[in-house]
Design a protein around this ligand. Structure first.
Ligand code: FES
Length: 189
């Protein structure tokens, strides 16, 4: 057995400062852990505040987008910017662009599609002949209902349809939201 202890091994048992140091480190650890735990709800609250479309436990607000009379009667889609009030910790910004939708009239009412491609998030365009949608990034193709109409399309799902309400006979309101790209199922974000 060696008699050659290190300085710390020799000094610790008789050092009157050791218990105090241990208590200080333990208290410091508790303070740090408590602080981190309190940051979680703060971060969650901040995320909800900063997202104008996700307040009230995940509910998405209906946003007024346009009027039915502004949509072509022949069913051709028309693109609209979606605006909503955005609130952060300090201010509210009225009518801030939060995305865009294609709207079109059908026999069953107004259809809304998010313009974001479900493959990787590029903006889908209406083809020049207005017969379909296509994505400029990897050439996913969708029919006017938003369904994939080319089996070689890399998009894992159809374009994301959004809930629509027509109020007062002419106002088009959309439940605007985004979904995770690259997934077969629609997962709201
Ligand atoms: S992002 Fe649209 S096809 Fe890839």
């Amino acid at each position: 057995m060696s008699d050659h202890n290190t300085d710390s091994e020799r000094s610790e048992p008789n050092d009157p400062d050791v218990p105090a140091r241990r208590n200080f480190i333990a208290r410091l650890g508790a303070i740090v852990a408590g602080g981190l735990a309190s940051l979680v709800p703060i971060a969650a609250g901040a995320a909800a505040l900063l997202d104008p479309l996700r307040r009230g436990g995940g509910d998405r607000a209906m946003v007024r987008v346009t009027r039915v009379s502004a949509l072509p009667a022949d069913g051709t889609p028309r693109k609209f910017t979606v605006e909503a009030d955005r609130t952060d910790a300090w201010s509210t910004y009225a009518d801030t662009p939060v995305g865009a939708v294609y709207l079109r009239r059908t026999e069953d009412g107004v259809v809304a599609l998010n313009v974001v491609c479900p493959h990787a998030g590029c903006f889908v365009r209406l083809a020049d002949d207005r017969s379909r949608f296509q994505c400029p990034c990897h050439n996913s193709r969708f029919d006017l209902n938003g369904d994939i109409d080319d089996p070689s399309s890399p998009s894992p799902r159809s374009m994301d349809a959004l809930a629509v309400e027509v109020r007062d006979g002419d106002e088009v309101w959309v439940r605007f939201q985004h979904f995770l790209p690259g997934r077969e199922e629609k997962i709201p974000v």
